[in-house]
Design a binder for this molecule. Structure first.
Ligand code: PLP
Length: 360
């Protein structure tokens, strides 16, 4: 075996070992078929069982009742930036958005192609280092769109605004299944798999059926029509066979841990790292303390010239993926579900050793 690497990558990201092991097995022999997972028909009964179980697990873990439909689509979270306004935002109608980072900005940009966009609040004035809070959602809005976790900046929305009947749509790409949520508050949730759920290649979409009926009147191309994908159980066309398989195994693991326990563990990991950032004389956090994400921890070296040296030091200790996003720089440690407390402790130890080398 190769040395254990502590994987702090923001995405694609760390997955539970059980999902990786099951994938290796299935690449050799999928479900006793004698065929590899990547050469079987998606219409085989063995594979249909995978999609059915993955869908069912999402419903169970999030406590979704039959008012909700769950599908696995392609095109990443980014295609949802288009599919959502295309499907729901009629010409002349207005949708409300908050601008809390690059992904939210992209969602806003695409929505403007289809209708009017009301940007209720933005944290762009301080490089997206906080979550804006004081805004009202106009009741005439077709829907309200927010991003629950801003992957690039390390801010997270810990309480969702009261929408007063306006449908709530949320990009949960980087914190889905990391904590308990009251899913019944949401009309639409989407998440690219590659942050906390699986490999790249599929996007989880959850839609309240009553919201489906509120679609805009424009013509929707078949492949971009949520209803078609729902009616066909994610199998209108060939789904992302491998990605959904890995998601199913990750979801089995999430279910076995439980969302409450996952949340406690994620909080413990984040608290451990933030405490060290605040204690250590060399580092500082970059976002408003009350909005600090438990999934993506952004921090910097007070003396920026030490950054490259610190990253090299981390590599030597098998700590990988700590360089900040190319648009913001600095450091970012992603602490997704599958990352262990031991990995966070290894990073904390490295930060302390690095501090000691600078003091002597
Ligand atoms: C990564 C990410 C995206 C983009 O996802 P793709 O699957 O690459 O399109 C969108 N939103 C958030 C919050 C993300 O973290």
């Amino acid at each position: 075996m190769t040395t254990k690497i502590h994987n702090f990558s923001a995405g694609p990201a760390i997955l539970p070992q059980s999902a990786i092991d099951a994938s290796i097995e299935a690449l050799k022999d999928f479900s006793g078929t004698g065929l590899s997972l990547i050469e079987v028909s998606h219409r085989s009964k063995e594979y249909e069982a995978v999609v059915a179980e993955a869908t069912q697990l999402v419903k169970e873990i999030l406590n979704l009742n039959d008012d909700y439909a769950v599908v696995f689509l392609q095109g990443g979270a980014s295609l949802q930036f288009d599919m959502i306004p295309m499907f729901w935002l009629g010409e002349g109608e207005t949708a409300a958005y908050t601008n809390t980072g690059v992904w939210a900005s992209r969602a806003i940009k695409e929505a403007k192609l289809f209708g009017k966009v009301d940007v209720l609040a933005s944290s762009e004035d301080k490089n997206f280092s906080y979550i804006p809070k004081n805004y009202q959602i106009p009741t005439h809005s077709k829907y309200f769109h927010c991003t629950s976790n801003n992957t690039i900046y390390g801010t997270e929305l810990f309480s969702f605004p009261e929408t007063n009947g306006v449908p709530l749509v949320c990009d949960m790409s980087s914190d889905i299944f990391s904590r308990t949520i009251d899913a019944s508050k949401f009309d639409m949730i989407y998440a690219g798999a590659q942050k906390n759920m699986g490999p790249a290649g599929t996007t989880l979409v959850i839609i309240k059926k009553s919201f489906l009926e509120k679609r805009a009147s424009r013509v929707i191309p078949t492949m971009l029509d949520y209803k078609i994908h729902i009616e066909n159980g994610s199998m209108y066309n060939t789904p992302s066979v491998f990605a959904i398989f890995v998601c199913m195994h990750t979801l089995r693991w999430i279910k076995s841990v439980g969302l409450e326990a996952m949340e406690i563990r994620n909080k413990e990991k984040a608290d451990l790292l933030y405490a060290e950032i605040d204690r250590n004389s060399l580092f500082e956090g970059t976002v408003a303390v009350e909005d600090r994400s438990r999934m993506n921890v952004n921090f910097i070296l007070k003396d920026k010239s030490l950054e490259a040296e610190f990253l090299t030091f981390c590599e030597s200790k098998n700590l990988s993926g700590l360089k900040g996003h190319r648009s913001v720089g600095g450091l970012r440690a992603s602490l997704y579900n599958a990352l262990t407390v031991e990995s966070v402790q290894a990073l904390v130890d490295a930060m302390q050793s690095f501090e000691a080398t600078k003091k002597s």
